[in-house]
Design a protein around this ligand. Structure first.
Ligand SMILES: *Cc1c(COP(=O)(O)O)cnc(C)c1O
Length: 348
């Protein structure tokens, strides 16, 4: 019932933009099909919200990171559509995967053995081609447990696809070379940035995440990608300041003359981090409302002198064009999304 209680923080979620972004990335993937990374609750936008839109657009391959992310997705994905990137760590993970038709992404010989001991079945296999994070080291590809796997998707992950780095081609060629040593049905290498590197990176399946949600990690993607999330916060109090009045914690801002100020219901606990102070403003219609003083946990104060008609309850726009805000604040586009708090209601 919490959905019906009016909130002072909301996220407009452009479903058409999300679907359009997937279709554009699928088209840019050429003969490969595009999947979707939906880990971290759909990059903070709500996986239960995101997945039905992506399925409707045609997506049938979804990736979460944790096993805790599986259960809430089961009502939304079909059998064989979900894979878990972290792979199984205990027998319970194996049992869950097998009973629900979820594929583990095997990352090590230990995980391969655990999967086979639990009964095995179709799985994905992550090869480490140089990110040195998660994935089977090339030296272990000949292990007998790896040879016994029923590999649906053979994959690797690019470390530097958002840059023009020699590492991209190094990883691609190592991936091709290693693929000759393991039986598999299809190959997958590219994340969002990898799709922009060209058709030789697409293989059979691409795995975009950030670009689905409006991120532009490489300039080539900019023409195709539209903003998906539009946060808005309500004005909860208005006041008239006079010269010398100070605003917020540590009195970090002092009025040098009469100032109309609005207190707004968003703070760092909602992902509006303190480093955004001095780096931008909220907006009302087209009017730009500068931030005054420090950002609090649940509130921020803005100068609404240019919008004297603002009233309590009015909605202000939180700038959220990811590449622009990332450049202004130094917060990565990924972190801007995944730090969005849990106090938003969502609207279309
Ligand atoms: C998160 C992730 C992706 C998606 O990456 P983006 O940069 O968000 O497109 C793809 N593959 C793996 C293995 C991932 O962990």
């Amino acid at each position: 019932m919490t959905g019906v209680l009016p909130r002072t923080l909301r996220l407009r979620f452009d479903e058409a933009a999300l679907a359009g972004n997937w279709r554009a990335l699928d088209a840019m993937s050429g003969t490969a099909t595009a999947g979707a990374a939906i880990k971290a609750d759909g990059y903070g936008l709500g996986a239960a919200r995101v997945v039905p839109v992506l399925r409707e657009a045609g997506c049938r391959n979804f990736f979460v990171a944790h096993w805790s992310e599986v259960e809430p997705m089961l009502a939304h994905v079909g059998p064989g559509e979900l894979a878990v990137l972290h792979g199984p760590h205990v027998a319970e993970h194996v049992a869950l995967a097998r009973s629900k038709g979820v594929r583990p992404v095997i990352n090590s010989v230990r995980q391969a053995r655990l999967w086979l001991e639990g009964g095995g079945g179709p799985c994905d296999l992550m090869l480490d081609t140089g990110i040195n994070r998660l994935g089977l080291p090339p030296t272990e590809i000949g292990d007998e447990a790896i040879a016994r796997l029923e590999v649906e998707t053979l994959m690797s992950h690019l470390a530097s696809a958002d840059e023009d780095s020699a590492q991209n081609e190094e990883q691609r060629s190592l991936f091709c070379q290693l693929a000759g040593h393991v039986a598999h049905k299809r190959r997958s290498l590219a994340n969002s940035s990898g799709i922009a590197l060209g058709s030789e990176y697409a293989f059979d399946l691409t795995r975009p995440g950030i670009a689905l949600y409006g991120g532009v990690p490489r300039p080539e993607l900019a023409p195709a990608i539209r903003q998906v999330a539009y946060p808005q916060a309500a004005v909860i109090q208005l006041r008239d300041l006079k010269a010398g009045d100070r605003v917020g914690y540590n009195a970090a801002w002092t009025a040098d003359g009469p100032t109309r100020a609005a207190t707004v219901s968003i703070g760092y606990a909602d992902g509006f981090l303190r480093c955004r102070a001095g780096q931008g403003a909220l907006q009302f219609g087209g009017a730009v409302l500068p931030l005054l003083g420090k950002i609090s946990m649940d509130m921020v104060v803005v100068d609404c002198g240019v919008a004297q008609n603002i009233a309590e309850g009015d909605w202000l726009d939180i700038p959220f064009d990811l590449p622009t805000v990332s450049k202004q604040t130094g917060i990565s586009q990924y972190e801007l999304l995944t730090t969005l708090g849990r106090r938003f209601s969502t609207i279309n």
